[in-house]
Design a protein around this ligand. Structure first.
Ligand code: AHR
Length: 502
């Protein structure tokens, strides 16, 4: 099989916002405790953070990090997580049936972010709390001084404001599992009211209204329309969340998961633009795809559940998915989907980062290692700079149970005018055949092949584990060749590839 595409800097989709390479840290399972924070670990720094994890997170290349949840945030009292540690309460976390010790809170997390060089994106609790508590948190974080809450922050050891720019107005409020789950009408009203109040305090904040928890929610579409009808003027983004998994051994459909993500994004864009038209607004709402990943959620539903009135463990092993080669290929294709929509998806968070459906795993007292999904993220984050380009792939289609006829190859390109570098990201969804791709790169002028990386394996189920942490990685693609403005490369069956030129 063969495919053709064109990389031309004039075929602009949109500028790639660095926020597209964000991630997400929730107080959930072993993400914070025994993940990023383990005071007794040999690599722990003076604040108890694992420096081996810090190094991996830096290599991963994450921009903004969403915190502290997720479902967790809908029962969270932010005041519990600041001030002297000895005085912090132990609270029941109803979302994950665990105990939150509050040993790591806002200040500690902000300090960790400084170490990894990323920005904080905070979610406020609009499940069991309201506008006033959101305002209090904003005041504590962003007001330089002169008020009681700003002074509290200063007294707690952070004289400068945290200057949090991105704020989520609650989490997955459309989900019946969410503490304080609301109807679209009720949520739209409180989101609008809270957003207005927050802007009254700090007009510079960027605000995200909750969209749908998946494109398959029964309220999808109507939820976005109703919420934005209330909050359009008050917010900057509407969120999307999506998780994919292989179901019933249907690899063909799983490999086409990005088709669902494409449709999800395009439908939310259409809905937001519909509200824009109805309101006669000149403002455009962007998407914050602030939870996306491969997640074997059906497995979690079956096995991982913690129950019992007397059973609220601290940092239990939860959602510790171990990712395969096939998972990483799908993951890479989800990043292609985000880039293909860079004009409207201007913020995104990989859910999550360490131990919990994560690209990085840790063992208490032991090593930290990269899951298969680490590679497409770190390479895309490093190489996808400047402008995202539409490449118009010409390739055969294959038939899937879930999504009908789907292109065998999906791709996107990027071009950074400043450095003159370009990159092409490709996925071959064929389960049994390689595809040879011919890329017209003549519009780039004189360029050379800089890097090629392919993630593929004879064993699609191969994984990186504690016993074998480096079983899967990326390799240079020796088939890539460039001559006379034409790049050719062969993509193995079920593979993800990145190529940079410059
Ligand atoms: O990322 C895991 C969970 O998935 C988050 O807490 C929630 O927002 C979503 O349902």
């Amino acid at each position: 099989t063969s495919a053709r595409l064109t990389v031309n800097p004039q075929f602009v989709v949109g500028r790639i916002d660095r926020r597209l390479f964000g991630s997400f840290v929730e107080h959930l399972g072993r993400h914070v405790y025994d993940g990023i924070y383990e005071p007794g670990h040999p690599s722990a720094d003076d604040e108890g953070f694992r420096t081996d994890v810090i190094e991996l997170v830096k290599e991963l290349g994450v921009s903004t990090v969403r915190y502290p949840g997720g479902n967790f945030v809908s029962g969270f009292r932010w005041e519990d997580s600041v001030g002297p540690r000895e005085g912090r309460p132990r609270r029941l976390d109803l979302a994950w049936h665990s105990t939150e010790t509050n040993e790591v809170g806002l200040h500690e997390f902000a300090s960790w972010l400084d170490k990894i060089g990323s920005d904080l994106m905070l979610a406020v609790n609009l499940g069991t709390r309201g506008t006033l508590e959101a305002l209090d948190l904003l005041e504590y974080c962003n007001i330089p001084g002169g008020s009681t809450l700003a002074q509290q922050r200063i007294d707690n050891g952070h004289p400068a404001p945290f200057g949090v720019g991105m704020w989520c107005l609650g989490n997955e409020m459309d989900g019946p599992w969410q503490l304080g789950h609301r109807s679209a009408e009720d949520y739209g009203k409180i989101a609008s009211q809270t957003a207005k109040a927050m802007r009254q305090m700090d007009p510079s904040v960027r605000l995200v209204a909750c969209g749908s928890s998946s494109a398959h929610m029964p309220t999808f579409g109507e939820w976005e329309r109703t919420v934005l009808t209330h909050a359009y003027d008050d917010v900057d983004y509407i969120s999307c969340h999506a998780y994919y998994e292989e179901r019933d051994g249907d690899l063909g459909s799983f490999l086409a998961s990005a088709v669902d993500m494409d449709a999800f994004i395009e439908t939310v864009v259409a809905t937001a633009d519909h509200v824009k038209a109805v309101k006669g607004s000149s403002k455009t709402i962007d998407i914050s795809f602030d939870e996306w990943n491969v997640w074997y959620i059906t497995r979690f539903e079956g096995v991982d559940k913690i129950e019992g009135i007397d059973n609220w463990p601290v940092a239990p092993r939860l959602l510790e998915d171990v990712y395969s080669v096939a998972d990483a290929v799908v993951f890479g294709s989800l990043m292609i989907s985000l880039l293909k929509h860079a004009d409207r998806v201007t913020s995104a968070s990989l859910a999550q980062m360490v131990n919990v459906i994560a690209p990085i795993m840790t063992e208490p007292g032991g090593p930290a290692w990269r899951q298969t999904t680490f590679f497409p993220f770190s390479i895309t984050s490093r190489l996808a700079r400047g402008i995202a380009l539409d490449v118009r792939v010409d390739v055969e289609r294959y038939s899937t149970k879930e999504y009908g006829e789907v292109p065998l190859v999906d791709a996107v390109a990027t071009h950074d005018a400043e450095s003159g570098h370009a990159a092409v990201f490709l996925v071959n969804r064929s389960v049994d055949a390689p595809v040879t791709v011919t890329v017209d790169v003549s519009a780039l002028g004189e360029v050379a092949l800089l890097e090629t990386h392919t993630l593929a394996d004879e064993d699609l189920q191969a994984k990186n584990t504690l016993a074998e942490p480096e079983r899967v990685g990326v390799s240079p693609n020796g088939t890539a060749a460039l001559s006379d403005g034409t790049l050719t490369v062969t993509l193995p069956a079920v593979s993800w590839t990145a190529i940079s030129l410059g």
